[in-house]
Structure formats: structure tokens, C-alpha cells
Design a protein around this ligand. Structure first.
Ligand SMILES: O=P(O)(O)O[C@H]1O[C@H](CO)[C@@H](O)[C@H]1O
Ligand SMILES: O=c1cc[nH]c(=O)[nH]1
Length: 306
């Protein structure tokens, strides 16, 4: 199985990787140093109430996804894969004190839910990145495992994101700060994407590809759906948009990838995104409608853990 461990964890052969400097998780906020206590409000954790280095200092992989049940199931899957003690059924939700997100730790793997959309994952990432920083974690790889809607690919495909793009197919995330807009890069770790792609070769029945992921602010109108409470465009407009997205390299659509890539990139987290496509029955009807256009949008319904 291809290795996705950070270089410093690879075998101890004396090569350049063994001597690579550790990559810390850093924050870019001059005010944090001067704070007497940092309360990670939405995670129900804090620097005075919890010994974060003792609790999280050994974390090397963080896997995030929108739904709590999926991330719990993923944590139980990792418990088994890492052959940890017990059956992992009663795994503890570290964030049980808040009903905003859930968080599970299985050895060096942290599994965290983030809800839906850019605002929700952004709040979680601010506090997760501070948590990892306070815990003095280094060489951390973070992977988002989510569902998404595919464009022009087979139902059940897995898309590994090389670049997250916005609704205009641009590789950028526009962060509104006070009454200004700051544009941030959304490049993801290409080597990690290739490592994940190589891992997928060893998993049967998991058609996998690397492509651009488009991140929208909305599930309905923003993704060209005709069945929301509001719809102001024609089917032809929708298909034209999706065809232009495909020609721009977009292979799937979801709602967190741009801010995920931007924040992880700014804070020293090696990031990747691996949504997967699940097609539901009603969407199959829609696919048949569109096949004559040579374009099918496969919609996801709930991804499998892991
Ligand atoms: O399956 P998750 O990780 O929630 O991701 C996708 O699913 C949600 C919409 O159905 C959005 O959060 C989108 O990004
Ligand atoms: O944002 C999303 C998530 C899953 N499936 C979609 O079609 N869009």
C-alpha cells in the first residue's frame, strides 16, 4: 500500500526525508500569544480546562466530514484498522459537551464532523487548527471525506481533489473580513493527492480520479438544481453551466473545499479532499434525461465512511 505517512514518519533509511524539519501546525494571529486562556467554544475544549498536548499531541492524521454519524463510523473503522484495544463501539465523543460538532480520537487519527457549508466548517477549522497548535502537533495530514455531486463521471466514483475552485471555476477562496474581501489560494497537496490515488488502486470497486472540485455556497440554486424552493434559471442554462464547469476541469461539486484548502494551506496542514459520489434513485431518472446531452450530473446521497 502506498505510504501517505509524512516523510518524518517513513522508514529510518538515512535519506533526505529522515532529516526533513518537522512541520508545525501554526496560527496566524498575533493576539493569541497574549491570551491568558483560549476557549475553543464550539468544541467545548480550552487551554485551561484541558491538557491539550497530552490529549492531542500525537495526532498525525485528521479526517473531517459533514455528518456526525459518518465521522463516528469512520473512527470505529480506524479503530479496527489500527487494531486498537476493544471493539470501538462505545468510542467517546470528545466534544459531547456541545451539540455543534463531534470529535473522536483513535490513536494518531482524529475524526471530526463539520456540518454543512463554508461558515460551519470555517468555525470548526479555526478551533481545530488552534487545538492542534496548542497541542504542539507537527507533520499533520488533514483529509476531508465528504459526499459530492459528480459531473460527467460514473455514479459511485471517488474524486480526489487537486484544486478547489469557486463557482466561477477560479482556484481561490474569497474571505470577507470586516468590509474587505481577501482572496486566498486553494491549492491542495499534489503529492498527497497522488498518494491517495495510488492507495485507491488497491481498493476493489472504487473507481477513483483526480480532478478539480467546485465549492458552492448553496446546495440548490448554487449547484444548478431545479427542485429547490426557488429556481430562476432554465434547464438549458443549467446544462450550459455544468458543461462549462466540466470543460474547466471540474469533476464534482460540494460546499466546503475552498475554505478547507485555504485555511489548511495557511496553517501548515498538508491537506487533501476525497469526496465520493453516490447516486440516488431519483437522480438516476434525471441522468437518463441528461444522457442525450452527453453530460450527466450524478448527485451524492450520503457517503460511505472511510
Ligand atoms: O457529505 P458532506 O461532507 O456534508 O459534504 C457535502 O454534503 C453536504 C450537502 O449535501 C455539504 O456539506 C456538501 O459539501
Ligand atoms: O454539495 C453537494 C453534496 C452532495 N451532493 C451534491 O450534489 N452536492
Amino acid at each position: 500500500m502506498a505510504s501517505i505517512l509524512p516523510a518524518s514518519n517513513r522508514s529510518m533509511r538515512p535519506d533526505k526525508n529522515t532529516y526533513e524539519r518537522k512541520r508545525s501546525v501554526y496560527v496566524k494571529n498575533p493576539y493569541l500569544e497574549g491570551m491568558d486562556e483560549d476557549i475553543l467554544y464550539h468544541l467545548d475544549l480550552g487551554t485551561k480546562t484541558h491538557n491539550l498536548p497530552a490529549m492531542f499531541g500525537d495526532v498525525k492524521f485528521v479526517c473531517v466530514g459533514g455528518s456526525p454519524n459518518r465521522m463516528k463510523a469512520f473512527a470505529q473503522f480506524m479503530h479496527k484498522e489500527l487494531r486498537l484495544e476493544g471493539d470501538g463501539e462505545d468510542i467517546e465523543d470528545i466534544c459531547a459537551g456541545t451539540d455543534r460538532y463531534c470529535m473522536f480520537k483513535t490513536g494518531p487519527v482524529l475524526s471530526v464532523s463539520h456540518g454543512m457549508g463554508i461558515p460551519s466548517i470555517s468555525i470548526m477549522l479555526h478551533e481545530l487548527i488552534k487545538l492542534l497548535h496548542h497541542a504542539r502537533c507537527c507533520d499533520v495530514t488533514i483529509i476531508r471525506i465528504g459526499t459530492s455531486g459528480g459531473i460527467g463521471i460514473a455514479p459511485g466514483s471517488i474524486v480526489i481533489t487537486d484544486t478547489a475552485v469557486d463557482s466561477f471555476f477560479k482556484p481561490r477562496f474569497e474571505q470577507v473580513i470586516l468590509d474587505n474581501v481577501v482572496t486566498r489560494s486553494t491549492e491542495l497537496d499534489k503529492e498527497l493527492a497522488n498518494d491517495l490515488f495510488n492507495c485507491s488502486r488497491e481498493i476493489p470497486n472504487a473507481p477513483t480520479l483526480i480532478g478539480h472540485t467546485m465549492c458552492t455556497y448553496d446546495f440548490y440554486e448554487g449547484q444548478g438544481r431545479l427542485d429547490g424552493a426557488l429556481c430562476s434559471f432554465s434547464r438549458e442554462k443549467k446544462l450550459d453551466y455544468l458543461k462549462r464547469a466540466y470543460r474547466a476541469g471540474v469533476r464534482n461539486i460540494e460546499m466546503e473545499s475552498t475554505v478547507f484548502a485555504a485555511m489548511c494551506g495557511l496553517c501548515g496542514l498538508r491537506g487533501a479532499q476525497r469526496p465520493e459520489i453516490r447516486v440516488s434513485e431519483e437522480r438516476q431518472k434525471v441522468e437518463r434525461l441528461w444522457k442525450n446531452d452527453g453530460m450527466i450530473l450524478v448527485s451524492s446521497t450520503g457517503g460511505r465512511p472511510g
